[in-house]
Design a protein around this ligand. Structure first.
Ligand code: RP5
Length: 210
């Protein structure tokens, strides 16, 4: 094992487990969300531009070599007539997650249909169009890896707890802002309800409820 300048053993960087592929460098602005999410879970990954149409041979070769290189999951993002995920899935038994991107005048619907409508036998797990899809593809990749990685499974549990806490915090802030904007209205409604209650009780000759 190599040593650093201070004499400590140098850790070899972890081998990439996830490959993020995209049809063009113009996809990176969206697909970097997948990279960020994988990094947040400490999952080693790599990202490449490979095109089903413009570099079909290189794409097929990469897909075929992936398993022996230790990769476990593919995330493929492409726009327009998006065949990248399908072309990769045709060459590997590793799970392939497809992210349709908005790269033409059709808002990503073209890429969604091209990615999701795979013929039977060549599966592509297709996510939402754009950044949410890239983010979810990364989370799904982590979930796949976590099936055989208990530490990662624990991380995922913590992530879910964080999501629920985030929602609770948003609700708390919403309630605060509603209360801050309508304190008098709330008092008026409560006051009117009490008055109506007292009037009904008086008509019945009973003591009003407090
Ligand atoms: C697709 O065509 C790529 O995935 C990209 O979304 C789209 C446009 O590519 P560029 O023309 O920007 O290279 O294959």
């Amino acid at each position: 094992m190599k040593k650093t300048t201070n004499g400590k053993a140098k850790q070899a960087p972890a081998a990439p487990r996830v490959a993020i592929l995209m049809g063009s460098d113009s996809d990176w602005g969206v697909m970097s969300a997948a990279s960020d999410r994988l990094a947040s879970f400490g999952v080693a990954h790599e990202a490449h531009v490979l095109s089903a149409h413009r570099s079909p041979e290189e794409t097929a070769q990469f897909a075929r070599d992936a398993k022996k290189r230790g990769l476990a999951v593919f995330i493929c993002g492409a726009g327009a007539a998006a065949h990248l995920a399908g072309a990769v899935s045709a060459q590997t038994t590793l799970p392939v997650l497809g992210v349709p991107l908005d790269a033409s005048g059709l808002g990503g619907l073209d890429a969604l249909l091209a990615t999701v409508q795979m013929p039977a036998g060549i599966p592509v797990g297709t996510l939402a169009i754009g950044k949410a899809g890239a983010d979810n593809a990364a989370i799904l990749a982590v979930q796949i890896l976590a099936l055989s990685d208990p530490d990662l499974a624990v991380e995922l549990e913590g992530y879910k707890v964080g999501l629920a806490e985030g929602v609770a915090e948003k609700d708390r802030r919403l309630q605060e802002s509603i209360a801050a904007k309508r304190p008098s209205a709330a008092r008026t409604i409560a006051g009117k309800a009490r008055e109506a209650d007292a009037a009904v009780s008086a008509r019945r000759g009973a003591r009003p409820r407090i």
